[in-house]
Design a protein around this ligand. Sequence first.
Ligand SMILES: [Zn+2]
Ligand SMILES: [Zn+2]
Ligand SMILES: [Zn+2]
Length: 88
Amino acid sequence: MVRPIPCPHLAQVRPVVPRTPEGCEECLRIGSRWVELRLCLTCGHVGCCDSSPNRHARRHAYAVGHAIVRSFEPGENWRWCFFDERYV
Ligand SMILES: [Zn+2]
Ligand SMILES: [Zn+2]
Ligand SMILES: [Zn+2]
């Protein structure tokens, strides 16, 4: 039996303050729209989800290496690792 390896990126998680609580940082800048928001748990970047046209949360993760986001939607508190592609 193979044991699941714990996500090594959990070490990146810090107490963060959302940098742009009003919406996706890049979408606000370029005047685009988003579907849902994700909060980077390493630096507080707020980006849009994979259902949004620009997927800024994923792009932020790959651009700067911050793996873990949590949902920034009211009532949702799950965390997702972009590099392991799973909930953590
Ligand atoms: Zn991970
Ligand atoms: Zn966006
Ligand atoms: Zn970040």
